[in-house]
Ligand binder design. Sequence first.
Ligand code: ADP
Ligand code: ZN
Ligand code: ZN
Length: 718
Amino acid sequence: MFGPRVIQVEPLVTARGVRGPFDYARPDGCDVGSVVDVPFGRQRLRGVVTALAEESEHKLKAPTAVLDVSLPPELVRLALWMADDVVSTPARCLELLLPPEGVAERTRFWADPVLPPPRPDGPPAPAEGDDRYTGIRLNANQRAVLDRLPDWAGDDLPTLRRLESRGLVEISARARPRRPEHLDVGAHHGDGRSAPVLNPDQALAVERIAAVLDDPGTDPHERRLLLHGVTGSGKTEVYLQAAQRVIEAGRTVLVLVPEIALTPQTVARFRRRLGETVAVLHSGLSKGERRDEWWRLRSGEARICVGPMSTVFAPVSDLGLVIVDEEHDPAYKHDGDPRYDARRVAAWRAQQHDAVLLVGSATPRPESWASLRRIGLPRRADGRDMPLVRLVDVRGTRGTLHPDVHRAIADARKAIVLLNRRGWATWMECADCGHTWECPNCDVSLVLHGARPGTDGSGPGGSLRCHHCGHQERPPTRCVACQSVSVGQHGLGTEQLADDLPGHVYRLDADVRDRASVLEAFGAADHGILVGTQMIAKGHDFPDVELGVVVDADATLRFPDFRAQERTFQLVAQLAGRAGRGGGPDAAPARVLVQTRAPDDASLRFAARHDAHGFLVEEIERRRALGYPPFSTIVRVVCEHPDEARVQAAADAVAVRMPEDTMGPVPLFRRQGRFRRQLLVKAPQRAATVHAVRWAVSAVIGEAAHRGVMLAVEVDPR
Ligand code: ADP
Ligand code: ZN
Ligand code: ZN
């Protein structure tokens, strides 16, 4: 064989102890990206070829198998880069990129008719309408089957086999991909198969994107664009037309949306416009569907993939455009290991292919605002005015809702009410002795769920639940500490609010199983109130919502995090974005009421004026002054162990090895029976800081004294 004789294989094992790659002899047809089974000690392991080499200092064994599946070399590079970038392992990153295992291709039999060969001295070809099978003896059934070819659905195999033995048909097995058709639910209204006429802002946006797409010579910085369009400005239409251009030019497209719940709407819009070339990848699909969509993309049959964050790993080649919709959404940050940020991966992939990166939002992150070229859509596509936002000062208000807010909800035909606390009541407390009910495994209050106001004195019903470990218990009828029966419920949650409000109420939060159906029902309803956590503010395009309410804007504002202002601004602006859509330019503008005890807060004031520009300019200056991202990278280390002394010792051991201005270790609340300590470093040099933290953590992992303590590193925590 020509070329390098050694393959370097990264075994797909999750143990951090096994550090590849390992050398093996290179079989025929094996290249970077090939998936192989290799002998490893006494076991056989599956692995991915990450590199080739001329020689090896080891005695080489050969793989026992080379599989049919392989990764494009670009995705192998991605895995290696990502492992480094977010302090994970190549194996864990490679796992994200491979199709699901253990499902086979689905096939069906396919029969093609074989015409009797014309005799060289025979009569001229039969005229149209002639029976091709004249002179061949067939029974009625056989003739009927032949007449249906080649559109044969596979119902009469014995007859076909008989025809095959007479040389009249050829039977073969063909792939029959599983298609996630159930995702093709309709968007509520608006666009169909053909593109609407773009308004001037949209047309200009598409033109500017096209100019960058068509000019491969533009400097890489120019190829990263931010589509800053107010809510309802028609960003999706711009994405669609940009994507269409790229597909027509023969290249491929990735479209990322933040939520599975939002995927069907977006997928439906892309499918209707671009057809079968659209694929979807996400965890809501069956294994078989995921496998087949993966192969459609890998083979080039599908050239655009739409879906949530994992879409960024779609095995497409020749990428031309990567779109990230609602780029501000924290859902793009993955929670498990590897703790990657899909937006960062999107930028990396775009850069590898010289593709255009297009991120869109009404409320962009300061990071994107500061570094990307901006394209604006300043008006709503339907010509309506932005909703009127009023900050309602609730200092001195008794009860959950200000009287004005209560009246507005009662008067509105369709309203959306946001409260970022799920459950019935957030905590229970004894009115006599102050005892509170906490989780036995975590240092947090238990949340009351499924309660109804008790009328018979038998207690609230429902259950007390921990939102961090799943612990459940029955709600108390009296205090365990002092036997008092006056146990109070505090902190109203979405369940209770939904119960309190008049009229037809729809509820949407993480406890609701079929969220897509709730969204659909509310979208189609003539009147009603949608109550829910922040997920109701995300990207949905409901017509005719007259009123939006934020019950407690201070909840995000009070959060001790440098992103508190950014989150608050986004939440209010995004909720306002759900109101006043559809209905035409003459419809009265919708209203949004924001309850707060801090009506002078800058982020709320900017949000009330729909002034993202003003907010971002100020916020970026604040970040610069305090050295927060994008002017630095934050890396966080969390140590966990059931024994508090041991976790403290490990955290101290990490701390002495960390870069100079590390904060901590500080205790985090105990979770799932584990004590936790956090260390935080904020530094301008990303790569160097990540490297230093990795070194500190590996040193402690290697020490026998700290064995068993879990150490997790998170770069850019959300
Ligand atoms: P965004 O994503 O910016 O919030 P959408 O893409 O959901 O906005 O568009 C808002 C609404 O405007 C949708 O119902 C869409 O069908 C409609 N729309 C977008 N562009 C046009 C257009 N050029 N003409 C008419 N309607 C449009
Ligand atoms: Zn008590
Ligand atoms: Zn718990």
